[in-house]
Every structure is written in structure tokens, then in C-alpha cells.
Design a protein around this ligand. Structure first.
Ligand SMILES: [Cu+2]
Length: 695
């Protein structure tokens, strides 16, 4: 049939909706990172935000039972249209919420799989399981062309088979397949080997179970769906697919989380997320299971990367001798009805680093770069894990310098939404920095002491450079002389000294403890502390030196919901408070305590001064307090010491909200109060960094 006038109007509406819709999706892409699983999402409880989601079914002994029902519903496309669909849902998940595609059925090799089908369509339907053998049926109506059918409007049928070869399979309608499969009656069947759920096939196909991804491809002609919905005729010879989906969504909807509230009937996302391979901390590859439920072949490729094909149609690729015959691919065509499995390992081959291994050519000035629609996934820096400067007015969706690669059908007519690109059969490969997001401090504040030299930028770039952020204990003077019996002294200025709590100062060779008047210029003192000279007189103009310094670094842009926060501080302490060369401290090492702001204790004021209540001492390792960062090796004065602390819990206490949204604050407290020679020192910070898993 010819394209009806209503459809042409619909297409114009599509174009006007497009920009609004894309902007909303991109804005909400960031917003959804804040959200936890959305109710009414057609997902089982506890489903992960990324990766393949299996529907649980019921396991009874060696039998795994799945209940499926056919229903009608609608999916949304990124251009603002909606498409009438048929699909399967699991009545035991989210009360049988309509979903497209059908639930992912996962079972273990050797289990008896029972699939009970209830048909709510107005025509008979059936299920076939390509690649499975000896399927028996019970109940049902007549035998269809390929399988026993469930009658229209409430009929049931059960299919039983033994999960055979492990692998990735399709399940789909066996009745009037040109129409019913096109309408959406398909889903994925996963059979895991009995040897272990972390294997795709044999022992050489081990993967990281937290990085198991499904890409179920399909294509559709919305005019067929419209004809079915309205009961009008459709000529299959005129089929012209205009929507192309991965896991039931078209790009950019594919990169939304599983269960996104934007797509209540399309619960499965398709973003693939990975970190660089590391032989000790991240050795296992991701597994990508690809299934083509459509009628067209789809040439698929990730930009800038290779994948390793390990299987075809549920069979591991094996040489005649029996050894694995895995092959590397830049692109690979997934045939109609076929499945293919790939391992994906991401190697940081070049190790480009702005400090230690910079690119051999400078990147273009950001003023010379333009970004389409002023919206980008680029961080502004070419280095993995770093953010840079973007032109004014450009919005970046980048969290912490992670990289994004398109991954799409290279039949570019399929990389569209109703002929408008890019969209359709595409998703992104997201490469996070090793260990997660990495960020360095963006600002510093001294809450006890005085800046000797340097700026916040000295705390960046890997800790391998010669730039330091140097803080001295505060000094002031005594405007008047001190007598031996004096218990109250005046100082020229209290700025930079603690405003509460007791602390030590030194005048000449005597240490005094300040116990009152903190924050004013009149202090109550206890004389002759820490084994120093008993109370003596000090001349007018004598120098008053604090025996501690406190400064904090702030991180910004840490998304709420980030987890697994780790703080790294690297630096040293030096005996000299002037000069540019560090004089080693060999005795009475300063005691250094690194603390983090818990914003839930007292809000922003809880971390405003050195002694505020919100500072929480970082947990082991290393044990605190101790001489972190001090130079304890006189043979080679001046080496930096580094420590990394892993924060307990979700990290939510440490990420600010409101005015301090996304801010994480770390305090470096250093004191040299230890008898018998508690003299001045300076603290030299070289790196203050935060790593975390972004949501
Ligand atoms: Cu491409």
C-alpha cells in the first residue's frame, strides 16, 4: 500500500519533535544517573542498571520454568513516534508489565526448561526455539506449521526441552512468522554451561560476569504495525524497514539505563561499559551476546576497537583439531536469525598521559573546535580520565574524562530513526578510566597555616612532576614582651591559627599550649610544654609559630550515586619553611592525618575550619595518625610518600549536595608536636586525587 497521508504528517511531526526529544534524552541521560531503578520498569527486583537482565523464572530441582504471555502495547522511538507492538512478558515480573522485546530467558545446561505460554492475542501463536532439540509440547490447540499453537484470546501451551549446548539463542513465534516476528514476538534464550556461569562456552571463554551484554537486533516497518493496529491491509512486498532497534530501543534511547522511566515498555539498555584491561585488577573481558531477530543482515562494528568472535549460532568456534578458533573482527555481519558471541577486551596500548607521556602533537585549541548542537560526549581532553576546556556554551555529557565510541550497524540506512540519522541501530561503547573515574582537586583552602608556594594545579598530573603545593604553619609576632609568669599573651594576628580546640605554638625555645581565646589575639596559654624550657621571658617582637598546618582540597563534579571512592594523597614534609629545596626531616617526624568531609554530620559548616565536626579520619590503610608523606629516608632527602584510602559504604556521605553539589573535600592535617624538638616544618603536596565508580 502507498504511504498514507496521515503517515506523511506523522513524519513531519517527527522532524519538529526531533530536537526537543534528543535534547530531553541527553539532559535526562545525566539526570537518570541520579535515579535508582524505576518502578513500573518491567524489570525484576535488583536488576542492574547496565548489562543483560535475565528474567528469573522458577527453579524447581533440575527444572527451570518460565511463564510468558503475549500482549499488545507500544514502544517509543527517539523521533517522538510510538509503534504498536506485540510482545511477550513475564506475568511474574512487575505484574506482567508490557515489555519489548520479550524477557531474557537464562538457564543452565542440563536443566529441563519449561515455557508456559498464554496467548492474549486475537490469533493463534506458538513458540519455536532454534537450536534446541527434542522439544515436547503439552496442552495447546492445533499443531501449527512449526509448533503446537496456543489458541487466540486466552489459549495456553507448554513447551519442554533439555537445555543443551551452552550458548546464545533466539526464541520467537512459529506462527505466521513474517507478521508475528516482525510485530515483536521474539526474545533471547541464554544457556550457561554447567561448568560455570562465568563461562560463555568452554574454559577459554571466561568473561567478567559484571560485564555481560546482550544486543538483540530487530528491524521494523511502522506501516505494517499501523495496519495491524487499525485492521487495515498491508502488502509485505512493500516492506520498508524504517526503525531499527537494539534490545527494543533505537539510538540514543539505547544508552539509557535498564529500566529507565523514559521508556517504561522498553526495559533493556544497550550501553556497553568497560575499563582498560589490567592483568591483576581487571583481567577478564566483557561478553557481548548478539542476536538478530530481524529479517535483514546487520553489519555491526564498534569504532576504534576489535572484538573477538568466539561463537556462531550457539556453537563455540572450534578448529578441526578441537582447539578454539576465535577470530578478531573490526566489523562482523550478524545474519538474520543468527547469533554471535564476542569477547571484548580494551587495552590501553599507548598509555598517553599528560604528565609522563604526552601526545607528540598538541591538541587543537578548544576555541578552534566546534561541537554540533553545542552538546558533546567529549571531555575536552584527549587523555583518558582527564577533563579539559570546552568552548563556552558547550554542554558535555562527560563525567570524568571517559571515552565513548559509536557501536552501530554499518548499513547506515539502519543507523537512523525513520530515515533521519544518526539513530536506530546504534549504541555506545563507554571506556572508563582504569579503576574508575579519576579526578584531581579543583581548589584548595588553607584553614590553618599559610601558603608557602604553589597552587592547586601542583596537586594534579599523576604526582610525578616537580610541582608542589606548599603550606607552612602560620607565624605571627608578640607585640609585647613575655614574662616568665605570664598565662595570657597577645599576638599580632590570629589569622591562620586554629579558631577552636587546644593547639601548640612555639616562641623561641619554649612550646606553649593555647587553651583559650582561640580566634582572637589574646590567648590563654599553658607554658613549658612538650619537654621544652620552663617558662622564660621572650622579647617584644618574638616570632610565634604554630606547630601544625591544615589545608583542604576540593573535588567537583562527582555525581551523586558514585560508589567505591578512593582518596590518594602524595607528598612530603620538609624541615625548612623557606627555600625551594626540601630539607629532610629525620627526627620527630610530623604526624599527618588525612580526613574527608562527611557532609551529613553538620553540612557545609561541618567542614569549614580545621577542627569542624564534619571531618572524618580516613580509615586504614594506612593506620592513622602516622607520618604519611614525611621524608623518613635521610639518604635520599625529599622523596614523596603516597597512600590511598578506600572509603567505606556507598560514598553518599562524602558527596556534597545543594550549594556543594558534587563536591568532595579532603583535609590534610599535619602537626609536629612531638617532644623533644617540635620545630617548624612545611608540607609539600604533590597529588591529591579521587577515584570512583561513576553511576
Ligand atoms: Cu561506524
Amino acid at each position: 500500500m502507498s504511504e498514507p497521508a496521515t503517515a506523511r504528517r506523522g513524519k513531519k511531526a517527527t522532524m519538529t519533535h526531533k530536537m526537543w526529544r534528543l535534547g530531553t534524552v541527553l539532559a535526562l541521560a545525566a539526570g537518570s544517573l541520579l535515579a535508582v531503578a524505576v518502578h513500573g520498569s518491567a524489570l525484576p527486583p535488583g536488576a542492574p542498571k547496565l548489562g543483560m537482565v535475565c528474567t528469573p523464572g522458577t527453579v524447581s530441582g533440575a527444572t527451570h520454568i518460565f511463564n510468558l504471555e503475549t500482549k499488545t502495547g507500544y514502544i517509543e522511538t527517539p523521533d517522538g513516534n510510538s509503534v504498536f507492538m506485540w510482545s511477550y512478558d513475564d506475568p511474574g515480573v512487575d505484574a506482567g508489565h508490557f515489555q519489548s522485546p520479550g524477557p531474557v530467558l537464562c538457564a543452565t545446561q542440563g536443566q529441563t526448561i519449561v515455557v508456559n505460554l498464554t496467548n492474549h492475542l486475537t490469533e493463534a501463536t506458538s513458540l519455536v526455539f532454534p537450536g534446541q532439540q527434542a522439544i515436547t509440547t503439552s496442552g495447546g490447540a492445533a499443531d501449527g506449521l512449526l509448533a503446537r499453537e496456543a489458541a487466540a484470546s486466552g489459549g495456553t501451551v507448554s513447551y519442554t526441552f533439555t537445555a543443551g549446548n551452552p550458548g546464545t539463542y533466539l526464541y520467537e513465534s512459529g506462527s505466521d512468522v513474517a507478521k508475528q516476528v516482525e510485530m515483536g514476538l521474539y526474545g533471547a534464550l541464554i544457556i550457561r554451561p554447567s561448568a560455570g556461569a562465568n563461562l560463555a562456552y568452554g574454559a577459554t571463554s571466561q568473561f567478567d560476569p559484571s560485564r555481560e551484554y546482550l544486543m538483540l537486533l530487530a528491524d521494523m516497518d511502522p506501516f505494517l504495525h499501523h495496519a495491524i493496529e487499525t485492521g487495515t491491509t498491508y502488502d509485505f512486498n512493500s516492506r520498508d524497514n524504517r526503525y531499527f532497534t537494539i534490545n527494543g530501543r533505537s539510538f540514543p534511547d539505547t544508552i539509557q539505563d535498564n529500566g529507565s522511566g523514559l521508556l517504561p515498555n522498553q526495559p533493556y539498555g544497550a550501553l556497553v561499559r568497560i575499563q582498560p584491561n589490567n592483568p591483576t585488577t581487571n583481567a577478564l573481558p566483557a561478553l557481548i551476546r548478539m542476536v538478530n531477530a530481524g529479517v535483514d543482515n546487520h553489519p555491526f562494528h564498534p569504532h576504534g576497537n576489535h572484538t573477538t568472535q568466539i561463537a556462531q549460532d550457539g556453537r563455540q568456534l572450534t578448529s578441526p583439531g578441537g582447539a578454539p578458533a576465535f577470530t578478531e573482527h573490526f566489523g562482523e555481519t550478524i545474519g538474520a536469525g543468527a547469533t554471535e558471541d564476542f569477547l571484548l577486551r580494551w587495552d590501553d596500548t599507548d598509555h598517553w598521559d599528560p604528565g609522563t607521556n604526552p601526545l607528540p602533537v598538541p591538541p587543537p585549541n578548544y576555541r578552534d573546535v566546534t561541537f554540533k548542537d553545542a552538546n558533546t560526549w567529549y571531555s575536552g581532553s584527549p587523555y583518558l580520565g582527564y577533563k579539559g576546556t570546552l568552548p563556552a556554551g558547550t554542554t558535555s555529557q562527560n563525567i570524568c574524562g571517559e571515552w565513548y565510541f559509536p557501536w552501530h550497524s554499518h548499513a547506515l540506512n539502519e543507523f537512523t530513526n525513520f530515515d533521519e540519522g544518526f539513530g536506530g541501530m546504534g549504541t555506545l561503547l563507554r571506556v572508563d578510566p582504569p579503576g574508575g573515574c579519576f579526578t584531581t582537586a579543583f581548589s584548595t583552602a588553607i584553614v590553618g597555616g599559610v601558603l608557602k608556594s604553589g597552587s592547586v594545579s601542583a596537586l594534579a598530573v599523576g604526582g610525578t612532576d616537580a610541582n608542589y603545593y606548599q603550606v607552612n604553619p602560620r607565624t605571627t609576632t608578640r607585640p609585647t614582651a613575655t614574662t616568665a609568669g605570664q598565662g595570657t599573651i597577645t599576638v599580632a594576628s590570629a589569622a591562620g591559627f586554629p579558631t577552636s580546640g587546644s593547639y601548640y605554638i612555639r616562641i623561641d625555645n619554649e612550646v606553649m599550649q593555647v587553651t583559650g581565646g582561640q580566634g582572637t589575639t589574646t590567648w590563654t596559654v599553658t607554658r613549658g610544654q612538650l619537654g621544652t624550657a620552663p617558662p622564660v621571658s621572650h622579647a617584644a617582637g618574638a616570632t610565634v609559630t604554630a606547630l601544625a598546618n591544615d589545608w583542604y582540597g576540593s573535588f567537583s563534579g562527582v555525581k551523586a550515586g558514585s560508589t567505591n571512592l578512593k582518596v590518594t594523597y602524595q607528598g612530603k614534609n620538609c624541615a625548612n619553611t623557606t627555600g625551594t629545596t626540601c630539607t629532610a626531616l629525620t627526627t620527630n617526624l610530623p604526624q599527618q592525618t588525612v580526613k574527608i568531609c562527611d557532609w551529613t554530620i553538620a553540612g557545609a559548616t561541618g567542614c569549614s575550619s580545621a577542627t569542624s565536626a564534619g571531618w572524618v579520619i580516613l580509615p586504614a590503610p594506612p593506620t592513622q595518625p602516622q607520618a604519611v608523606g614525611s621524608d623518613n629516608d635521610p639518604a635520599t632527602p625529599g622523596p614523596d610518600l603516597s597512600s590511598t584510602w578506600t572509603l567505606p559504604g556507598s560514598g553518599s556521605h562524602y558527596i556534597g549536595t545543594g550549594t556543594y553539589n558534587g563536591q568532595v573535600r579532603v583535609l590534610i592535617h599535619t602537626e609536629r608536636w612531638t617532644a623533644p624538638s617540635p620545630t617548624a616544618f612545611s608540607t609539600w603536596g604533590n597529588l591529591l586525587a579521587l577515584t570512583y565508580d561513576a553511576p
